[in-house]
Structures are given as C-alpha cells and as structure tokens.
Ligand binder design. Structure first.
Ligand code: GLU
Length: 280
C-alpha cells in the first residue's frame, strides 16, 4: 500500500475564503488521522485569471491558518508540456477531436440536455471535422472513450471512521468534455487526473461541488492508465454547532476576517477544527 498522501488544490483566481479554509483544514485532519502527508497544489492553468500575487497571498493565508506544506509547491502552470504530451497521446488514439465552437454557438446548437454543472451538453458539432488552422479546443470523444474503456465505472468513497462505499460513476453524463482549452493544452479535468497520479495522491478530499466531476475523472484515469485515488466529497461548511454557514459568510475572504482582527484560533474553532493543531 502506498503511504497516504492528500492534496489541497486551490485555484489562485481570488483570495481564499472560509469555504477554502474548511476544505484545507479537513484535508489536514484526514491526513493526520491517516498518518499521511498533505501537499499543496496550485491550480493555475488559467493564464488570465490566475495571478502570481494571488498564489503568494494564498500561501500566506494558509500559513496564517496554521497550514504549511512540503516544498516545492506544485504549480500546474509549470506542467504544460506534460499536459500537452497527454493530449497528444489521446489524439494519436483518436479519442479527442478539435473544436472551434464558441460558447454562443454551443448555446444555440445544444438541445435541452445539460451536463452535471448545468451547462449545455455539447451537441457534437465539430466531431469528425478536420483540424482547423484557427486556435481550437480539444474535446473527448465520449463514445469512443467508452468503447475503449467500457464500464461499469466506479470509485471508492471514504469518510473518516466509516466503512468505504463503492460508488458507480457515469462519465457519459459529461458528454464530449473539453480536455484541452483554446489557450492552454489542458483543462481542469485533464490536469487534475494527471497531477493526482504524478503526485501519488491516494485520498482526495474536496467539496461536494466536484463530486459529479469524479465520474469523468475515473474514465480519464482508465484511459490514461492511472490509478484512481479514494475520494471524500465534503458537504458545505458548517460552523462548530453544526449549522450551515450562510453563503455570504462562506465566501468571506480570510484576508477580510484577518483585517477585522479575527484570530486563526477563533476561525478554526468556528469551523469545527478547534481541537486540531498544526499541519499534518
Ligand atoms: N482547483 C479546484 C477548486 O479550487 C479544486 C480541484 C480539486 O480539488 O480537485 O475548486
């Protein structure tokens, strides 16, 4: 059995808020319980929205919270050639195709079917078309991918102190998902499965909002010959008394709380981590 390894994987496109703090503290708690290690991964593939100063601020906010991580911190922006190579491999196997559709064109051509995030399911407009000169995205050919890796697909879901549960995964509900963007040779989905494998992540602890994406991640792992970690998708953050924090509070920046004089200890206690100390 590989030694337990977890990661907190924020995107530096804004300041960290209470929702991030909860997720990071929960990762640290689980890492400690498993006597494992917890890494920080900066998911900065978006060259416009992700700014270096936000990465620095994020690391600073985490340190203030009491969380430090092994160096060097993993940055996805430094991994573009690895992502491009994986895309090339998928292209060689006929599993992805170029797509020039704009958001607008997809809106107009799509039917009523939606992906799990509520976006229109891609209607397949560019499937089978030759590669264009113009910049384009790369989409997974879901039908071919499922032919190459027929189901059933599943992953193990864990929760501290509870028995593991095997969950069925239904990648088809994502349709022909984007694996390479117009501007960078990856998308969140491709980078996350490659990096979880490259970093040796055994346990993924992340928000419930990414639970549906796991169905697609499991298929990508099979296609790329990568291991599937165990997953825990946590609920919305609650305060120490078990009440859900209001949405406005959840999205409150740690920086704003710090400026108003909140201490890290108070904040940890409020999120239900009062007993926990230090990093994993
Ligand atoms: N970067 C993603 C986010 O900030 C999290 C990715 C993950 O945990 O898989 O929402």
């Amino acid at each position: 059995m590989p030694s337990p390894r977890l990661r907190f994987a924020p995107s530096p496109n804004g300041r960290l808020h209470l929702g991030h703090a909860y997720s990071a503290l929960l990762n640290a708690r689980v890492a400690r319980a498993l006597q494992g290690e917890m890494l920080l991964r900066i998911e900065d593939i978006d060259p416009v929205r992700c700014r270096p100063e936000l990465t620095e601020a994020l690391i600073d906010d985490l340190a203030w919270l009491g969380l430090t991580f092994p160096e060097p911190v993993w940055r996805q922006s430094a991994r573009m050639s690895t992502y491009a190579a994986a895309l090339d491999g998928l292209r060689g196997r006929g599993l992805i195709y170029p797509c020039t559709c704009t958001r607008r064109e997809i809106q107009d051509a799509a039917g009523a079917a939606r992906d799990p995030d509520g976006g229109p399911l891609y209607p397949g407009t560019c499937r089978g078309r030759p590669a264009p000169e113009a910049p384009h995205a790369w989409r997974l050919d879901m039908a071919r991918a499922l032919a190459a890796c027929p189901g059933p697909h599943a992953y193990t879901s864990f929760a501290p102190g509870e028995p593991d549960v095997v969950r069925a995964a239904d990648p088809a509900r994502w349709g022909d998902a984007v694996l390479g963007r117009k501007d960078v040779p990856t998308s969140y989905h491709l980078a996350v499965v490659l990096d979880d494998a490259a970093q040796g992540i055994t346990h993924v602890v992340r928000g419930r909002d990414l639970e549906a994406a796991t169905d697609l991640h499991v298929l990508l792992q099979r296609l790329l010959g990568l291991p599937t970690p165990r997953y825990h998708h946590h609920d919305l953050i609650r305060d120490a008394g078990g009440e859900k924090l209001s949405k406005s509070l959840r999205s409150e920046a740690l920086a704003a709380l710090r400026e108003r004089g909140a201490s890290a200890a108070q904040l940890r206690a409020r999120l239900g981590f009062g007993e926990d100390t230090g990093t994993a």
